[in-house]
Design a protein around this ligand. Sequence first.
Ligand code: C2E
Ligand code: CA
Ligand code: CA
Length: 672
Amino acid sequence: MPYPVPPSVRLMPTVSIVEQTMRQARRAVAIALLGTAAMTVAMLAERLWSARALEQAAQRYATSFKLAADVRLTEVELRRAAQMAYITGDKHWVERYEELLPGLTQTIEHASLLAPQEVTDRYRAKTYAIGREIDDMRAQALAALNAGSGASARAIFESERYLNRSRLLSDATEELTAATLRSTENEMRLLQSRSYGVAAGLLVLILGSGTIFWRRLTRSLQKSRGSLLDAEERIQRLASSDLLTGLANRAGLHDTMQTAMSRARRHQGALAVLMIDLDRFKPVNDRHGHMVGDLVLKEVARRLSRCLRQSDLRARYGGDEFVVVVEETEGPDTGRAAAERIVERLNEPMQIDALVVSIGASVGIARYPDDAEDDDELLRKADSALYRAKAGDRGKVCLYNAALDQRLAERTALELALREGIAAGQLVPFYQPIVDLKTQQVRSLELLCRWRHPTQGLLGPEKFIALAEESGLIGPLTMSLLRQACVDLQGLPPQWRLSINVAPHQIQDESLVPELLAILGAHDVPPQRLDVELTETALVNDTARARAVILALKAAGMTVTLDDFGTGYSSLSYLAEMTFDKIKIDRSFVRTLHERSQSAKIVGAVVGLSRSLGVETVAEGVETEADAKALTRLGCTLGQGYLYGHPVPAARLVEALRLRAAARAWEYWEPA
Ligand code: C2E
Ligand code: CA
Ligand code: CA
């Protein structure tokens, strides 16, 4: 059969979300770093380049400036050299002039190279003819100077034409150098502003891409945050819910109970806390396996949901325990009504695959704020009410009741003390003789239990036998007593037998007979020495089982006595049906023997019937000689009562019997 995994078990891949976020964050940081690095490199490169370009431009500017100055200086020098030459006629000045001239041409040439092309072109166009003319005139003037004719040279140099042409050329040159200066200046300005532009562009680029990148990063982080919150919520939900049923678990229950309680406190409302325990769940689980058990639990959760309001809190509290918290909107009966609905729904058979499973439920209810104002206390009280619900007829609903639950708590404490008492050997055997009414010889000792309670002193069986039976401690108790009795028997006459009380519950215990035999065997006590007293209740509950146990006991060699005959159903048919060895007539008949003739008749009839069945009769509660005489007259063979001895511990038994023997000339046995 496929075993369905509840949807809540399928966990979201929370780990990968974390990793994804980490990866995104890492990528974002990497991109940011790379981007910054790229921008920085671009910025640096641009700075370097523009610095170089600016430097070059500045150099050009300086050169142009120097060239302009050189041109002007050379022209002045030339003019002076020419004047000196034609004034002094000194050859030296002619040479100087000739020396300067190519420098000027070269400087102008250089300047024109630095100037923008169109300026150079314009300069060339403008000065081409003039330059030629001036060159010619200079050549003539130089020739004249060389020929020693200063006057004609002077005439040329100072001629209107030469001066005019020189001025034009000088103006053009001036214009050229000025244009060169302007152009380099412009170039520098251009470079500067371009550098600013590039820087601004890069800045805009950085800001723009940064913004886009930031937006994308925050968007993806937002997404991761959403997923993480989702996962966190899921984890929270899982931590507070039961994986199998999807209901709240203990932790979740406490959390939501707190909330519900504070809401109720604010609105002066009330809550009912229902503690639900499934009946017969364990056998289903044991017989059909845990898978079926799980499916049953899931079906229970479904049914709970169906008979409650959506707002009612439902939780799985333990294995087969559920808790429901109901708001008492329709008054104090809301909780009880819900509990009864739940019990009814859970009593209906369940179809689990091919199986039909029948369970049931008991519910304990505690109310907020009447019973308690604290979640733990409420749950504890609902649990104690549940205990009572389960102790009664199964499938019941019980409300918390302080007095009843107090008693229950005491009982629980007593049960614990009894359990520990048995283990600690506080439960000890007392013995009361059963004697032959005729010979007055001891035939058997009835083992009667006493509890040497550490604080309450010696307790009689009426204080704890019923509890031992209900709590399943009667088995261990009986066996502990038998063990002690076997030891005590070793100091007593071998013909004395031991009568042990076996409670009705113990009939159901498969291990009863083997355990009795094991203990007897361990102490070398033959089974023939043991007489087992059973009450009618044991027979009524399960006649077939009782018969089987009686047969087993007898087969093992023990004898069986029907105890307290006449108090219960007193069905004579049991006498015929079951092969008892003895019948104990209840002491209520013996007590009224002398007052009510009815009692004597009944005793007589029982004795008669027993005798006809070959069964011995024991009379209980023989307190007086008169009782003993009357019983003997009625045909009773054995007696037990204060006349012969109170129940005493083994150590006092011999002494008690010796006193009796001295008084009544009983045959007694003296231990070796
Ligand atoms: P029971 O089996 O009928 O035991 C006889 C009870 O009658 C004993 O009370 C005994 O003390 C009392 N008794 C004896 N002679 C007289 C008498 O002359 N007059 C009066 N009024 N009472 C007399 P006890 O010991 O208190 O035991 C009460 C019951 O507790 C027993 O009734 C028996 O049912 C139960 N019980 C005692 N010990 C055990 C035990 O070990 N196992 C089980 N399952 N039940 C036990
Ligand atoms: Ca008895
Ligand atoms: Ca009895």
